[in-house]
Design a protein around this ligand. Sequence first.
Ligand SMILES: C[S@@+](CC[C@H](N)C(=O)[O-])C[C@H]1O[C@@H](n2cnc3c(N)ncnc32)[C@H](O)[C@@H]1O
Length: 217
Amino acid sequence: MDASTQELRDAHDVLSDWYAKNLVGVLESMPVERAMLDLFAELTLAVGTEVADVGCGTGRLLPYLAGRGLAPRGVDLSPGMVEVARREHPGFAYEVADLRELPFADGSLAGVVCWFSLIFLAPDARAVAFAELGRVVQPGGYLVTAFKHGDGTLRRNGRSTDLGVDFDRYWLSPQEMLDRFAEAGFAPIFQGSTPPEEGEPPYGYLLVRRTGSGSAG
Ligand SMILES: C[S@@+](CC[C@H](N)C(=O)[O-])C[C@H]1O[C@@H](n2cnc3c(N)ncnc32)[C@H](O)[C@@H]1O
């Protein structure tokens, strides 16, 4: 594992309990996020139920996805996050894995959720990461992602949790997201964003469908 990924993983081990405490119930006050997940669930259910939350963190989205009829499992780089997910949201399967090397067979998933987990990809990691997402989603399946808008360059010293951790972040532009997904064999279905707020970039939301063409197909 490279030093940057190790730092990211170690930092999220430290952040795991902070996330568990501070993100509990947040989805209930975020209608846009629920709407995106609802749209993803409705479309994906026509394809199948097996989905993965990649970069699942504390597993907070899994009960919501299960409530929409999907059979979600969670994957995260951070063993600490996975430990918290197993404790806070038991009854689901979780694995520690890097999204660039997912523990799923080719085309085995009807859908994938990447909720603020594609915001740490260094330039040389991006093609591999998006291709891996394309590998595991079956043709006709869906992927939904939430992300922060940026220009793709390295940012450190972002929002502080006062826990003494920091790590590399790379917020991609909506166009780079679209381009990367296109290269990986996904076509856009719906995209949107929130207005910027004080100290925060716009949040982007993108739903794509695996076409079976592109470099991953
Ligand atoms: C901002 S948190 C979001 C967690 C969760 N999706 C949520 O919305 O609460 C980002 C998560 O992505 C995970 N992550 C970052 N890079 C990853 C990678 N390369 N592979 C797997 N997980 C990754 C982190 O460990 C962290 O748990």
